[in-house]
Ligand binder design. Structure first.
Ligand code: BGC
Length: 351
């Protein structure tokens, strides 16, 4: 009897050791992905692309969306830490709100990758993987400059809509565009009729379509109701562009302005096809996801991940080594090649 019990105990012990080894092996490749919201198309694509690519690389994935609520994002990250993730990939809702939860991640030896948006005020972030945010703004400003042929002189009116002040990217987008357009504002070729130019005056909390629409409707009512021509609306992304084009549709009857955007969301690409939005920035989320998976795989394999920027992104605790992917613009002339031929969308999705 004693013998049987001993044998049973040994077998049980072997089983539990095997189970632990199994979990350990799995957990070594366990990643938590924290995305801000499912409300905007791009984050759904980012999340889905990363999940697919991480799983193909043998990772276990916990993917969560935080409904644009900081407290939800913090608690989702806390749960990921308790569940034993080895890496966190985070697109922060508010870049300044994760200091405390990421201190716990650091203590637990978890690598943190800031995804698309830099996470501020924490030394827990190992790397940042994003698109060149300043270049996004530069391309938008350049598009307006080229379309209106600002170098030929003339007089044009413009209004500016920027992004969420809680998102570190928003100022980069704004600054990139303003650095192109400011000389023409200074020389009087471009006039911001509302006089709202400063980032704080043109920002859109939470990148909300409703907020940008309400602000644009107020501007149109106050400054353009007398027939004043509006030639361009610089909008930092597609959700804010949608608010602006909604406002134009309801309360502007002059010659239609150039409206910029970013993300090539399906509704906005349809607006490009319909002539309501002139351009959007195409940030291929497949590229960003693939780059992030490579970065994480290298980190876990003990290799130094590739970066291409070691000077631009200081998060308050020092420079975060960054990989910048390149954005490009899409408009009516090239959207088919960029978005359909590349397999990003099907032609049917854009009908
Ligand atoms: C992203 C943009 C996006 C915006 C709103 C930014 O951080 O870089 O692509 O449009 O957030 O979600």
């Amino acid at each position: 009897m004693k013998k049987i019990i001993t044998v049973l105990l040994v077998v049980a012990l072997l089983f539990s050791m095997a189970a632990c080894a199994g979990t350990g092996a799995k957990n070594d490749k366990f990643v938590g992905i924290s995305m801000p919201t499912q409300d905007l198309q791009r984050w759904n694509q980012d999340g889905a692309n990363m999940k697919e690519k991480f799983e193909a690389a043998g990772f276990k994935v916990d993917l969560q969306y935080a409904n644009n609520e900081v407290a939800t994002q913090v608690s989702q990250i806390e749960n990921m830490i308790s569940a034993g993730v080895k890496v966190l990939v985070i697109a922060a809702i508010d870049g300044k709100t994760l200091t405390s939860v990421l201190a716990s991640a650091k203590t637990a030896g978890i690598y943190v990758i800031a995804y698309d948006r830099l996470i501020m005020d924490t030394d827990a972030v190992s790397y940042y993987c994003t698109f060149d945010n300043y270049m996004v703004g530069t391309i938008q400003g350049q598009y307006i400059k080229d379309q209106l042929k600002l170098d030929d002189g003339g007089k044009y009116n413009i209004e500016i809509t920027a992004g969420d002040p809680a998102d570190n990217n928003a100022l980069y987008f704004y600054q990139g565009a303003i650095d192109v357009l400011q000389p023409y504002i200074d020389s009087g070729v471009l006039t911001v009729v509302s006089k709202q130019v400063k980032f704080e005056e043109v920002a859109t909390p939470a990148w909300s379509t409703e907020t940008s629409q309400a602000r644009m409707e107020a501007i149109l009512a106050s400054f353009y109701a007398d027939g004043t021509q509006l030639d361009a609306c610089l909008c930092s992304n597609d959700s804010t562009a949608k608010g602006v084009t909604n406002a134009l549709a309801s309360s502007y009857t002059g010659k239609y302005p150039i409206v910029t955007g970013q993300d090539c969301d399906i509704v906005n690409t349809k607006d490009i096809i319909a002539g309501k939005q002139a351009m959007s920035i195409f940030k291929d989320t497949r590229t960003l996801a693939a780059q992030t998976v490579t970065m994480v795989s290298d980190l876990l394999a003990g290799k130094t991940p590739e970066v291409n920027d070691t000077k631009s992104y200081d998060n308050g605790t020092g420079i975060i080594p960054t990989f910048l992917c390149a954005p490009v613009f899409a408009d009516i002339n090239n959207y088919k090649a960029l978005l359909i031929d590349s397999g990003y969308y099907t032609a049917d999705q854009l009908k």
